[in-house]
Design a protein around this ligand. Structure first.
Ligand code: GLA
Length: 402
């Protein structure tokens, strides 16, 4: 027991060492060793979010069992910001009367709290952002007890990039990277563990440079919305990015839309499964107080969450596609593997069926596993027929692939 405990401590220490050697100025605490999980206000509330909604989200993460399933961050997105006073200190607006009290409330539930700003003068919603006030803002976040910062490029483009380097894209990108580095250092200087989330829509391949400046996650694309085409479009942009992630630093294909808009249950399941397969941050973005039981069942499927949170930290990849059917795999700790078969087709109801080619997954002979949505045992065999309805998924965990 004791040997096991110290062994897992050693593994953790090694993981954080690896993460911090790759990320020189990362916050000292080895944040986000697995992809961050929580809830963010933007996808459902957008600009309407208030203090009351954040408290209700915290209450509901606890009441629904989502906290126990791993969702710990309660993240306030844009529109909390008020005006700066003569000392430069940024105040909250009327919707958020007392941020410290709100942070204390969220912490009292055993949860963590996140906030939002950007490197320009203004956020995407036109509220005050951090340009010229980076250290001051970072210190204020730390004083409030903030645990997570999403830092959104937006007005930095016209305010600095286009102004200081008109028409010179490479110079503009350097300015952008320097702005993220500046906030990373300001967060680091507070000494508080604050997860640093870069939101600049995947410009200039952030997976190549964000880990080195201490980014724990970086958006890989423009904004998500609750439509299958957009979710699938984002998924297609993730292939090829797997090698850039590991404990402490993750690709972010944007927050979850599970339970939003008119997504079908199959689409919700597929979206959630694929974000887990991609080792993505799992930030729910739905209306928690009014969550339907079937949506809660998707978001709290512990075996799918275990794929996302797998300690090996390897992002899944597309093994092959066959017409509109895609097969993705993810290597997991202890030699296990996740296999996802996805029917991306819109116009035909099922896969007719589709015949699995195990050799293309590097597997040989029958593979015993578990269907993570039905909970049943399943053995994958070569050329087996698989019937999947449009936009649905078969997600299997194989304990010991052969
Ligand atoms: C951008 C981001 C979104 C959200 C909004 C807020 O569009 O990509 O995730 O934060 O800004 O204004």
């Amino acid at each position: 027991m004791r040997i096991l405990a110290s062994l897992s401590f050693a593994v953790l220490a090694l993981a954080s060492l690896t993460a911090s050697s790759q990320a020189q100025s990362a916050p000292p605490q080895g944040a986000a060793l697995t992809p961050p999980m929580g809830w963010n206000s933007w996808n459902f509330f957008a600009e309407r979010v208030t203090d009351k909604d954040i408290r209700a989200a915290a209450d509901n993460l606890v009441a629904t069992g989502m906290k126990d399933a791993g969702y710990v961050y309660v993240n306030i997105d844009d529109t909390w910001e008020g005006k700066r006073d003569e000392t430069g200190l940024l105040h909250t607006n009327d919707k958020f009367p007392d941020m410290k009290a709100l942070a204390d409330y969220v912490h009292s539930k055993g949860l963590k709290i996140g906030i939002y700003s950007g490197p320009g003068n203004k956020t995407c919603g036109g509220y005050a952002a951090s340009l010229g006030h980076e250290e001051q803002d970072a210190k204020m976040y730390a004083d409030w007890g903030i645990d997570y910062l999403k830092y959104d490029l937006c007005s930095f483009i016209p305010d600095v990039m286009e102004k200081q380097a008109p028409g010179d894209k490479p110079a503009q990108m350097k300015l952008m990277i320097a702005a993220y580095d500046k906030m990373a250092k300001a967060l680091h200087a507070t000494g508080r563990p604050i997860v640093f989330s870069l939101c600049q829509y995947g410009w200039d391949s952030p997976w190549e440079w964000a880990p080195a400046l201490g980014g724990n996650l970086w958006r890989t694309t423009g904004d998500i919305n609750p439509h299958w085409d957009r979710i699938y479009g984002i998924l297609e942009q993730q292939d090829g990015l797997a090698k850039y992630v590991g404990p402490g630093h993750w690709n972010d294909p944007d927050m979850l839309e599970v339970g939003n808009g008119k997504l079908s249950l199959a689409e919700n399941r597929t979206h959630f499964s694929m974000w887990a397969l991609l080792a993505s941050p799992l930030l729910a973005g739905n209306d928690l107080p009014n969550m339907k039981p079937e949506i809660k069942a998707v978001l709290t499927n512990s075996e799918v969450i275990a794929i996302d949170q797998d300690t090996l930290g390897k992002q899944g990849t597309r093994a092959y596609s066959d017409g509109e059917v895609e097969v993705w795999t993810r290597y997991l700790a202890g030699g296990a593997m996740a296999v996802a078969v996805l029917d991306a087709g819109d116009s035909r109801y099922t896969t007719h069926p589709f015949h699995l080619d195990l050799g293309k997954l590097g597997l040989h002979g029958p593979q015993a596993g578990k269907n993570l949505w039905s909970g049943e045992s399943i053995t994958l065999t070569d050329h087996m027929p698989i019937e999947i309805e449009s936009h649905d998924i078969l997600l299997v965990r194989i304990a010991a692939p052969k």
